[in-house]
Ligand binder design. Structure first.
Ligand SMILES: Cc1ncc(COP(=O)(O)O)c(C=O)c1O
Length: 341
């Protein structure tokens, strides 16, 4: 993006914008090299790279937030570092030391400071770390070399409308197998979700709900976000499953619901046939933040939770608490905020 080009912070969506710098480090002969910032947003790799053919790659997503006093902070980047290493283990890729991961994110945010949206616009700087298997190879086996890179871009809301509820439909397709890679942030899960997403958006839904792949009777995930519901007796409930991504936002909400809102919290099966027990529902994730779910289409009927147009009071309170911590207006639990100096 040209130095003189102005960004309209209030109109940011979730689209690629080329920022000034990205970080890149390579792994060869058992070691990661020092890593460096570069202006080049193109990567040249062997045509036979495992990332291209066998999906040997994984990624992360986190955000930098501008606070009221103008400083910049990250939300729980250590959790993204650990989750990336879980993905690396599963896909037989070399781990990134947590410090290296966090340092790379910090370097990229600092070098692109002019792209961090001002406090109060609702915008954030989305950070995308990824690792790809590269080098010459043709058999189905782990790559001989790897690239770890981190880039960033300013973003607005992932689902249009922010705290306005959106509707979801149940997908007939699965994004992951019961004991496959659903718990990892592996690109293949997302390729597998594209068709289901298209069907939902062609039918006017914000996204689809994936069910547990073995029985198709329980809620797994809400598109690229985790699901939560608030029961009529004020419990915060979120699904437990071997095929959903362990959302850092979801685990944060489990703590905030308990310690800040004094709700009982449970991770358990969420049966489709028992949606009536919820008075509110939402999708949560780094990109989705908290997006209220107005209704879910199931068996040709729209099951409406609190309302199709208004956010429910508990979802609203959870949102204000989470976002308040992320932007530095509310003190979060110890160790959640990393200042970018
Ligand atoms: C499939 C999927 N589920 C859930 C989430 C939410 O995870 P997190 O809260 O760590 O961003 C994401 C990513 O944002 C995702 O891609």
């Amino acid at each position: 993006m040209n130095k003189n080009e102005k960004i309209n912070w209030d109109e940011l969506g979730f689209d690629y914008i080329k920022t000034d710098y990205r970080y890149i480090s390579t792994w060869k002969d058992g070691n990661w090299n020092e890593g460096t910032l570069t202006k080049d947003n193109m990567i040249t790799i062997s045509e036979s790279s495992t990332a291209l053919h066998y999906g040997q790659q994984c990624f992360e997503g986190l955000k930098a937030y501008r606070t009221k006093d103008g400083t910049i902070q990250l939300f729980r980047p250590n959790r993204n570092a650990s989750r990336m290493n879980d993905s690396c283990d599963k896909l037989l890729m070399p781990e990134i030391p947590n410090d290296k991961f966090i340092d790379a994110c910090m370097q990229v945010v600092k070098a692109n400071e002019r792209f961090v949206p001002p406090y109060g616009t609702g915008g954030t700087l989305y950070i995308r770390p990824f690792i790809i298997g590269v080098g010459d190879n043709i058999g189905v086996k782990p790559a001989p070399e790897y690239i770890f890179s981190v880039f960033c871009l300013p973003v607005g809301p992932y689902f249009k409308g922010g705290l306005t509820p959106v509707n979801f439909m149940i997908s007939d397709y699965d994004r992951a197998a019961p004991y496959g890679t659903g718990q990892q942030k592996a690109g293949g899960n997302y390729a597998a979700s594209l068709q289901a997403h298209k069907i939902a958006s062609d039918r006017g839904f914000a996204d689809c709900i994936f069910l547990d792949p073995s029985t198709h009777t329980k809620i797994d995930e809400a598109g690229a976000a985790n699901f939560f519901g608030i029961t009529k007796d004020n419990k915060f409930v979120t699904p437990i499953s071997s095929s959903i991504l362990p959302s850092i936002t979801k685990y944060s909400l489990l703590e905030l619901a308990k310690d800040y809102l004094h709700l009982e919290t449970v991770e358990e099966d969420v049966l489709l046939d028992d949606l009536d027990r919820f008075k509110e529902a939402g999708a949560c994730g780094t990109a989705a933040v908290i997006t209220p779910i107005g209704g879910i289409e199931y068996k040709d009927k729209l099951h409406v939770f609190h309302s199709e147009t208004e956010v429910g009071p508990i979802t609203k309170k959870l949102y204000e608490t989470l976002v308040g911590i992320q932007f530095g207006d509310i003190e979060g639990p110890e160790g959640w905020i990393y200042k970018v100096n």
